[in-house]
Design a protein. Structure first.
Lengths: 334, 280
């Protein structure tokens, strides 16, 4: 995850920056809506990829931590009257705290057993979202006022877009930087060989908690942004399907890489849209059929990618890039 | 911290002292009242037939196995129950018999992990990667190049994923990672097993040089008696989880019990030119 070609990557960065800034002038409100969702999903997927892809700790409860962030943001804003710029990080921290507690079983459990423990966290938190009415508003959820920065109310998609873009970029840079240092190395070490990591002095518990903390912080911030984006928080938003959605995103995109989370989040956000474009002309029966098909599709994608391309879209991309006619000719002449 | 037996401790001359160590797995006694002394500086060889408990002893010293009875004292401090990761900070480093590199990391990052305990960057500093964190990484890089990478001649493979390396290179990288810990005690579990003769000779020379340059203490497991006699100041013989003898290479070679337990078969094997000792 380091830059090998500084000149090229600087050019790419400039191009990308210009594209991000000018996009709202080109896109209509549907485009903006989708790009905002993609940004939020990129943040959350990056968080899950740090935990599951890099540190090897499988979580089936990621959406629940997004929910904690979303409800947290709403509560801090409505009940404590805190400004948006405090609510969002506090929502992230609240999710990080809950995520670390939910991560405690990882001291004892691994693999499938840990996945089941995280599933328990998902269902417990979903239950809390549904039932703790004074705070979460029960089944109907809570509404919140739009985010406000320096007197500017972020009500439209265009305004939210810039906020989401800035936070997404920051989240990606932060994640990439981790892997330049001992923290990222320790994550991968504990995923690859935890015993050897310990012998090298990596305190496994500390780094597991750290991975859960930082991952749920990402989830919490993404959930908080979602709350400000939809201006309503309801328990149905943060159910198990959404956890599955993010697991599929990182598997499809590529486990353990920053690009993987980005590609996966884009792919997974767009897939249902593309499906409904395709189904649209066939009338309401076809579109009605889509809802249950979606979950099946997520599951199928996970399985297909795990079997055929464990490196995900990132792996496919690097294979396409390394393919050029000469190497093909060489292969044939052998 | 008071030593268990000051008279026996040799007034701090021993870097490592193992006393009456017993390790059992269910009904299987793997280490049976093992006591030994590893003097500071120099190379001590640990020999014994397959299944004697050599790797298990390394595992107990480095904290991977928890012995039921006995004590392990490192640099005058009892570490028997110390968590594994804390022993690295005290200066205990090891390599594994079945190489334990991290396949998800490049060679360079594998080696850098060796320096984990000497670095201070925390989560936030790492994520922002400003000033201190960046300087720490850059300094680490130069130090490792100077002190480890060039000495082991692995500069050309730093960016390579470890899984693609041939066996001998992987052993080198694992040694490099252990050296990056800046250890006081280096435990090497069959460092030249599975290598061909020229590679072996070079590795042995390397271990010797590194030990002398750094003044660290080396405890190594090795099957090749030629190698053992060549580089070690002290030889400890383990058989069925017991220390059957310990002393200078020359003295151990004459010991009847050793010949019976181990050297006889080994001598025959090397006469037949059996170069590769199948690691367990
Ligand atoms: N984790 C373990 N569980 C059960 N038995 C073990 C374990 N580790 C080692 N042993 C047993 O301990 C004995 C000594 O093994 P080991 O220390 O690897 O010997 P050596 O390294 O001298 O060849 C063997 O009988 C082995 O099967
Ligand atoms: Mg062994």
């Amino acid at each position: 995850m380091t830059d090998k070609r500084p000149a090229r990557s600087a050019a790419a960065t400039t191009l990308l920056t210009v594209a991000v800034i000018t996009f709202p002038m080109a896109g209509n409100s549907y485009h903006l809506h989708m790009v905002c969702l993609i940004g939020i999903n990129v943040i959350s997927a990056t968080g899950l990829n740090l935990l599951t892809g890099c540190a090897g700790l499988v979580s089936l409860g990621h959406a629940a931590f997004m929910g904690v962030g979303a409800y947290g943001v709403a509560w801090f804003g409505t009940h404590l009257g805190l400004p948006f710029y405090l609510c969002l990080p506090l929502g992230g921290l609240l999710a990080a705290g809950v995520g670390m507690i939910a991560g405690l079983p990882s001291f004892r459990l691994k693999g499938l057993y840990l996945a089941i423990a995280s599933l328990a966290a998902q269902f417990i938190l979903s239950f809390v979202f549904n039932e703790w009415e004074p705070v979460t508003g029960g089944r109907s959820g809570v509404t919140l006022a739009p985010a406000e920065i320096a007197g500017l109310r972020l009500t439209t998609e265009r305004e939210m877009y810039y906020l989401i873009a800035v936070i997404t970029v920051a989240a990606l840079l932060f994640a990439r930087n981790l892997f330049r240092t001992r923290v990222g190395r320790a994550f991968i070490a504990l995923r690859d060989r935890d015993i050897a990591a310990e012998v090298l002095g990596v305190d496994l518990r500390r780094y597991k908690l750290m991975a859960f903390g930082v991952s749920s912080f990402y989830a919490g911030v993404a959930g908080g942004l979602m709350a400000y984006f939809f201006k309503v928080v309801a328990p149905g938003q943060f159910g198990f399907q959404l956890s599955l959605f993010f697991l599929a995103a990182i598997v499809v995109g590529g486990l353990g890489t920053v690009q993987g989370a980005v590609l996966g989040a884009i792919f997974m956000t767009m897939t249902p849209e593309v499906l409904s474009w395709v189904a649209g002309p066939f009338g309401p029966v076809a579109t009605g059929f889509l809802a249950p098909v979606r979950e099946v599709l997520f599951g199928l994608l996970i399985i297909v990618f795990l079997i055929f391309e464990p490196r995900g879209l990132v792996g496919i991309g690097s294979r396409v890039r390394s393919w050029h006619p000469r190497s093909w000719a060489q292969r044939r002449s052998r | 911290m008071p030593l268990a037996n000051p008279a026996e401790a040799g007034h701090g001359e021993n870097l490592l002292e193992v006393d009456n160590l017993c390790l059992r797995f269910g009904g299987l006694t793997v280490l049976d009242a093992v006591s030994l002394r590893v003097p500071a500086g120099g190379i001590t060889a640990l020999i014994g037939p397959n299944g004697a408990g050599k790797s298990s002893l390394f595992n107990a010293i480095s904290g991977c196995y928890r012995p039921q009875v006995g004590t392990i004292t490192f640099a005058g401090r009892e570490i028997t129950r110390l968590p594994t990761s804390r022993r690295a900070a005290l200066g205990v480093a090891r390599t594994f018999q079945n190489i334990a590199l991290f396949p998800g990391l490049t060679v360079l990052d594998n080696i850098k992990l060796g320096s984990h305990v000497h670095l201070h960057t925390g989560l936030l500093a790492a994520g922002f990667y400003l000033g201190r964190a960046r300087r720490e990484e850059l300094r680490l890089h130069t130090e490792l190049e100077r002190d480890v990478i060039d000495q082991l001649g692995i500069r050309d493979i730093l960016r390579v994923p470890v899984a693609t390396l041939p066996y001998g290179q992987q052993k080198r990288v694992e040694l490099a990672r252990a050296l990056a810990m800046g250890p006081r005690l280096l435990l090497l579990d069959e460092p030249v097993a599975g290598m061909n003769r020229p590679d072996r000779a070079e590795m042995v020379r390397l271990i010797r040089n590194l030990q002398q340059q750094r003044g660290m203490t080396v405890l190594l497991v090795e099957h090749d008696m030629g190698v053992v006699m060549d580089i070690s100041e002290q030889v400890i013989v383990l058989d069925f989880g017991r220390v059957i003898t310990a002393g200078t290479p020359a003295a151990v070679r004459e010991d009847a019990a050793v010949i019976a337990a181990y050297l006889g078969t080994e001598a025959q094997q090397s006469q037949h030119g059996a170069d590769e000792q199948g690691p367990s």
